[in-house]
Design a protein. Structure first.
Length: 736
């Protein structure tokens, strides 16, 4: 409905509502003459009548008695609500509202009905209206007259034939509003639904100011599908299975095409039928693909149940006789159910799932969320590296986050590589009601997708899938589970460690530390199947000129006297331990200043005056290196953190905990290693000693260590080296 027609409809509803309100006022106050404020009730029409007109013009535009009654009841309740909440409940008598509701229904429905009856009786040319303003009406009426199957319309609707009305006139005046079809193979949408009709197959018209869209189905495709159904349906079996069809005296073929397909009725025990958008993506090698009245249909002939399965069922009957309830001779003719059908029966929206995954992926990566730091960066590097190795179809399934909780993840520079992949949020497409059985459903989906590689990074759901279904999934896909250094004793450990005995026989374990890889091989040597591989994170490519500029800034900083040492700190310790360690360190060095990077948004609660905080949601790439004398990384267990690699390329001296994979990359000639003590005070003292050593070096010594740190970093973390290691692990061709 366009704007002009809406204004006309609202104006007409305003006129009728005003007459109804005034009529009710006159009937109640002048006939019954009750006590009360007549003027106040009359004054209420200034806001009550527009409310009535708005409701009726929107919800009761057609001459439908039921819709008019519903709209009248709705607007009466709305008026009562306004009176009781904002005004006085006794301002308008209840009797007046009842009379007004009755008059509204009579005037709205009666007036439209009388107008339509008069028009049908006195204007024979209604089917083809004329006039410059009615050219659109003429075009639509001509289209209907050209395509309508008049005989089929009269046979389908005996009431029209009994009334002696012309089929074209009846459909234009009544049938279209009532939802009747003017042609057996056509779809008609009206009003707002017509605006949503997309595609060149829809023909668009306007009828009396109301938008109409019509799709005449392809008669050749419909005839092909109808012929297939007629050849393969078992008419007698269909009538026996559905007594209502036999009782109605309908032909089984016609009933299944008109109703049975949409209702999910069985066409034949030997055929599987799938209807909807998902059907168009099925492989034509195994499925017969059709279109029937704007719907995609796929049909497959079921293979006979294997003799080995029949024997297994018979053997099971010795322990559970109920499995032969259908009869021993009927086992071979049992209906076979596909996985998508089972998912649909479980209440999952299979159409939404397949719509979110438009093509079969080569690699599927399961990750917990997009809100982490090191683990999320590890996944982003993995996606980028596989893309450069020509694994173009990558599906990333986020198992814990939803699109809402993930926020604007696309805007985060660290996650830029994920934009090239198809990222789906499993809770959004699976539904919150099924979170307790997500491993089962997602495992079935992976089995149906058949990717060549499945990678799990910090996802409990993914780990459970590998633990439960790893044997079956490993038959067609190579399985990988990332077990990073934080998993063993670090803050925020991932679930892979607890499941290692169950996943090692089927999955290769990826880790970022040689020490952790050796620990896994030593503890579970007898369970290691595909193996354990070390995949360190890759460094970001920062221009050499920036490194040289940072060196000069370091030279200028070292020449200033007196020196005020400033340290930038990142800690992955638990919040309480982090606060205790930093407070002790700040008090040991009151003349130094410490700025703590809060990547997880957790401030260090400390009373020390020389501690400040800075948030770095971008992974540290925006940190200005010029003011700092050194970077401290304090962690209980960690691989080589990405921000450490960033700081090395910005020519900042590095002091790190002697944990994780740092020893795999650096030696004492490049960075300062600190061994943690028994408590926070001992750890703070150890770091204070390392800071003294760093502050006491000459610029030439600092310069030499910075060059050595960068060279050692590139040997292990350069993007080209990363892609080479990745290619060896995934056994694909490397283009480095």
């Amino acid at each position: 409905m366009n704007i002009d027609s809406r204004i006309i409809a609202f104006s007409r509803a305003m006129l009728v509502a005003t007459c109804s309100w005034l009529g009710a006022h006159w009937l109640v106050f002048n006939l019954a003459e009750p006590a009360g404020d007549h003027a106040a009730a009359l004054f209420a029409l200034l806001w009550a009548v527009p409310l009535q007109a708005a409701v009726f013009s929107r919800f009761a535009a057609a001459s439908s008695f039921r819709r008019a009654v519903v709209a009248s009841g709705l607007v009466t309740l709305m008026i009562l609500f306004v009176l009781s909440v904002f005004l006085r409940a006794d301002l308008v008598p209840l009797s007046m509202l009842i009379v007004d509701s009755l008059l509204l229904v009579i005037l709205m429905v009666g007036g439209r009905w009388a107008r339509r009856r008069w028009t049908a009786k006195n204007r024979a040319e209604l089917a083809l209206p004329t006039g410059g303003a009615e050219l659109e009406n003429v075009r639509f009426a001509s289209f209907v007259a050209q395509h309508m199957d008049r005989q089929a319309y009269l046979q389908a609707y005996p009431d029209v034939q009994k009334a002696g009305m012309d089929p074209v006139t009846h459909w234009l005046e009544h049938g279209m509003v009532e939802g009747r079809s003017f042609f057996p193979d056509a779809a008609v949408r009206q009003g707002d639904d017509a605006e949503l009709a997309e595609g060149p197959q829809w023909q668009r018209f306007s009828w009396r100011g109301r938008r109409v869209a019509v799709w005449i189905y392809d008669p050749v495709e419909n005839a092909r599908f109808a012929s297939f159904v007629a050849q393969h349906i078992d008419r007698q079996a269909y009538l026996e299975a559905y007594p209502d069809v036999q009782k109605a005296g309908m032909d089984p073929v016609k009933h299944w095409l008109e109703h049975g397909l949409a209702e999910g009725r069985l066409l034949s025990p030997g055929l599987t039928v799938v209807c909807g958008d998902v059907a168009k993506r099925f492989d034509e090698k195994y499925w017969r693909l059709f279109t029937w009245r704007n719907h995609f249909v796929a049909i497959r002939r079921n293979k006979p149940i294997k003799a080995s399965i029949s024997k297994q069922i018979e053997a099971q009957a010795r322990h559970d006789p109920a499995v032969l309830a259908v009869g021993r001779l009927a086992v071979e003719r049992l209906r076979q159910i596909d996985g998508p059908d089972l998912l649909g029966r479980s209440g999952l929206d299979v159409t939404t799932i397949f719509a979110a995954i438009p093509e079969q992926p080569d690699v599927v990566i399961l990750m917990r969320s997009l809100s982490g730091r090191s683990v999320t960066q590890y996944t982003a590097d993995l996606v980028q590296g596989l893309g450069l190795l020509h694994c173009n179809k990558i599906l990333v399934v986020v198992t814990e986050d939803t699109a809402k909780t993930a926020g604007q993840w696309e805007s985060r520079p660290a996650l830029a590589p994920l934009r090239a992949a198809n990222v789906v949020f499993w809770r959004d497409i699976c539904g919150q009601d099924h979170h307790h059985v997500i491993p089962l459903y997602l495992g079935r989906l992976l089995n149906a997708l058949r990717p060549s590689h499945i990678v799990v990074v910090d996802s409990r759901v993914g780990i459970e899938i590998i633990a439960q279904f790893g044997r079956g999934l490993s038959r067609f896909a190579k399985l990988y589970c990332a077990c990073l250094s934080t998993a063993f004793s670090g803050y925020g450990s991932v679930p892979a460690v607890r499941f290692l005995p169950k996943i090692l026989p089927f999955s290769m374990v990826l880790t970022d530390s040689s020490a952790l890889a050796a620990t896994i091989r030593q503890r579970w040597a007898e369970l290691v199947g595909p193996g354990v591989a070390v995949l360190p994170p890759q460094s970001r490519s920062i221009p050499v000129a920036i490194f040289d500029q940072c060196i000069e800034a370091s030279r200028a900083r070292a020449s200033r006297m007196p020196r005020l040492f400033r340290w930038i700190v990142l800690s992955t310790l638990a919040p309480s331990e982090r606060a205790a360690t930093m407070t002790a360190l700040a008090k040991m060095r009151p003349s130094d200043h410490f700025e703590i990077l809060d990547g997880d948004g957790t401030d260090v609660k400390s009373d020390a005056q020389n501690i400040t905080h800075r948030c770095f949601p971008d992974g540290g790439t925006s940190v200005d290196a010029a003011p700092w004398d050194g970077f401290m990384f304090i962690g209980a267990s960690e691989g080589v953190s990405q921000i450490v690699l960033e700081m090395i390329q910005r020519a900042i001296p590095i002091i790190v905990s002697n944990v994780g994979g740092f020893r795999d990359t650096f030696d004492e000639a490049a960075v300062d290693f600190v061994v943690h003590g028994q408590d926070a005070d001992e750890t703070a003292a150890a770091f204070s000693s390392a800071l003294d050593q760093c502050a006491g070096r000459s610029f030439s010594e600092v310069h030499e260590r910075l060059r050595a740190a960068k060279a050692q970093m590139l040997l292990r973390h350069d993007p080209a080296v990363y892609r080479k290691i990745l290619a060896e692990i995934f056994t694909v061709s490397a283009h480095v």
